[in-house]
Design a protein around this ligand. Structure first.
Ligand SMILES: Cc1ncc(COP(=O)(O)O)c(C=O)c1O
Length: 387
């Protein structure tokens, strides 16, 4: 096996479309929020089939705006899964509210509806289900719980563009869904995010609050169609998207289904190579939903091999393949562990998954040589270390 240079964990898919759109924006002289941002919001909204789409400069910003729009207050509680990125929980802390971290399901790694129901108290205000790796959560069960207890749902769809649940696109199921356009995501603009909502009031509030709490189409105020006059109605944030980001977004949105197909091809090849291997467990599938395949979370059967997950990743790195882990569970981070007095033993499923999980590189543009090299090396490391 000869090494085809280093295979990075991620590489963006850049064509002349992206370059030309960005150059067009640079030359136009309109670099901040403006016409391309409006166009991207409209096209994204059509693609998802949402009622309103409000862009922001990250998922974190979009979801912060969402919690502000539902009027989250100090002392409120919001239920989140243990296996996610810190952003899902940190935004709750911005309000001096409490992220209530619950265990996940053992196959999908998604938040467990049973654990959600157990965690509900009088202070619970909302649930943030994370569609892990792109695979949608049990949204029917979660929606029923939210309706029964009068809770809001804000879907963390950072991984799940484009994903479907019972034939409906993620972004159309709940009142609020937030997407990420971070550099490694399935539609990337470097940094960026989108709040999709069925509720006009939430869309209006988020639009105002992302731009300093200014009450008019503030982005427009330097054009001849706009007006210099505005009023500040709340202490808002500087969370707006820019036309330079929207240029990338418009080009990427045109090929978002093609990029999905490219990831699916790689995922199918990995599945075929690893499915019947007693040392490996391939990502979970569910018939009533389609994952966006943002990640390929492989699991090691630690009962049958002599090395641990960290050693496996090190060995892959020695062979020129960069892998990752998604995620270090929230309760393992000092901030969440110490602030909310959390113990590893309260999260048995997440603990097991964390020990076994490794994310293989999966990005559009990977060559057959690279894919085969990864497969051969996974199998070789496993074979050399079988118990
Ligand atoms: C599950 C999840 N939620 C939220 C985020 C935050 O997204 P952003 O970087 O756009 O704020 C990420 C980023 O990686 C993520 O993986």
């Amino acid at each position: 096996m000869s090494i085809p240079n280093i295979i990075p964990f991620h590489k963006p898919y850049i064509t002349d479309d992206e370059i030309n759109e960005v150059v067009d924006s640079v030359k136009s002289g309109w670099w901040t929020i403006g016409p391309k941002t409006k166009k991207f919001e409209a096209e994204f909204n059509d693609y998802i089939g949402s009622n309103y789409s409000v862009s922001a400069n990250s998922w974190t910003a979009a979801a912060h705006l969402a919690l502000e729009a539902i009027n989250l207050q100090e002392g409120d509680e919001v239920i989140v899964p243990a296996i996610t990125f810190t952003a899902t929980a940190e935004i709750i802390c911005y309000f001096k509210a409490k992220p209530v971290i619950v265990d996940v399901q053992k196959d999908s790694f998604n938040i467990s509806p049973v654990e959600i129901e157990k965690a509900i108290t009088k202070k619970t205000k909302a649930i943030i289900p994370v569609h892990y790796a792109g695979l949608p959560c049990d949204m029917d069960e979660i929606t029923d719980i939210a309706n029964n207890y009068n809770l809001k749902i804000i879907e963390d769809a950072a991984h799940s563009l484009p994903a479907t649940y019972k034939q409906k696109k993620i972004g159309t199921l709940s009142e609020i869904t937030c997407f990420s356009f971070y550099a490694t995501k399935t539609l990337a603009t470097g940094e960026g995010g989108m709040l999709c909502t069925s509720n006009e009031e939430i869309a209006n509030r988020a639009s105002i609050m992302r731009m300093h709490g200014m009450n008019r189409d503030a982005w427009n105020r330097y054009t001849s169609q706009g007006s210099w006059y505005y009023e500040v109605i709340a202490p808002g944030y500087k969370y707006n998207f820019t036309d330079l980001q929207a240029a990338l977004g418009l080009a990427q949105l045109k090929k978002v289904d093609l990029l999905y197909e490219m990831r699916k091809t790689i995922s199918d090849l990995y599945d075929t190579a690893f499915n019947d291997n007693e040392y490996l467990i391939t990502p979970h599938k569910q018939e009533d939903r389609e994952s966006a395949i943002h990640l390929y979370p492989l699991r090691l059967n630690l009962n049958k091999i002599k090395i641990n997950r960290g050693q496996f990743i090190e060995e892959m790195k020695n062979r020129g393949i960069v892998c990752s882990v998604h995620f270090i569970p929230l309760y393992r981070h000092p901030f969440y562990r110490d602030t909310f007095s959390l113990c590893h033993s309260d999260f048995p499923v997440s603990e097991k998954i964390y020990a076994e999980q490794v994310s293989l590189p999966i990005w559009p543009g990977m060559t057959d040589l690279q894919i085969n090299y990864i497969i051969e090396n996974v199998l070789d490391i496993i074979k050399l270390n079988a118990k």
